[in-house]
Design a protein around this ligand. Sequence first.
Ligand code: SF4
Length: 257
Amino acid sequence: MRDQSVNDQYSMKEHIAEVQIAAENWTPQRVLTWAFETFGNRVAISSAFGAEGMVLIDMASRAGKDFRLFTIDTEFLFPETYNLMDRIEEKYGIAIEKVCSLLSPEEQERTQGAALWSRDPDVCCNLRKVEPLRRKLGELSAWITSIRRDQTSVRSSAHRIEWDNKFGLAKINPIVDWTSKQVWRYIHDHDVPYNPLHNQDYPSIGCTHCTRAVRPGEDPRAGRWPGFGKTECGLHIIDPLPGSPGGGASKAAKFGN
Ligand code: SF4
């Protein structure tokens, strides 16, 4: 006999399967309202404060409900990103829940050696992003992300509302079918704050060690993990993690946010 938590998860999984198809025709605002009404304080927006994340935060603030917002703080973010977090808290009147690695940067250097990101970014992302995310998601029933299908091949099959098998909760992607153009139109139309690095040829912004400006004609994510052929940090892939039980040692092209 299944225990209650497994039963709860099973019925929520069934509920997600039921609404998944209908939700493909919902507006992002309706998806957000559904999420807040369905999960209450057991749902939170996950954001690294890229342009897409800023759209979601602004939309959530207009939904007329309290909402939770968390970020994975790798402690290697740009000063501009930390500054943007302060501006968000002030403008929207919320406290961002910041989740860090169990290892400080100094402890990571002591146990893993210097500049782990330059030798094995999958392990570094696992320590500084994926494990903290797994810990945070353990206290939630659903998470809201700002992924878009056309960002990476891994994201191309994402649904607006889906079951996240990897982390065992509902995953809600309100702007999954938006283009970059729609994102920027919303930002300008609604005077949404954004990271000033976007104006300096950084379309995608992560840690200082692993992000560079893109050159004319390059893919928007070419500035992430340059030289590694890696496009995802592991937050949005469905495979087991490298180094985790059942996980392989697959490198690159799978892992980012
Ligand atoms: S993006 Fe780079 S520095 Fe940041 S956690 Fe991943 S490998 Fe480490």
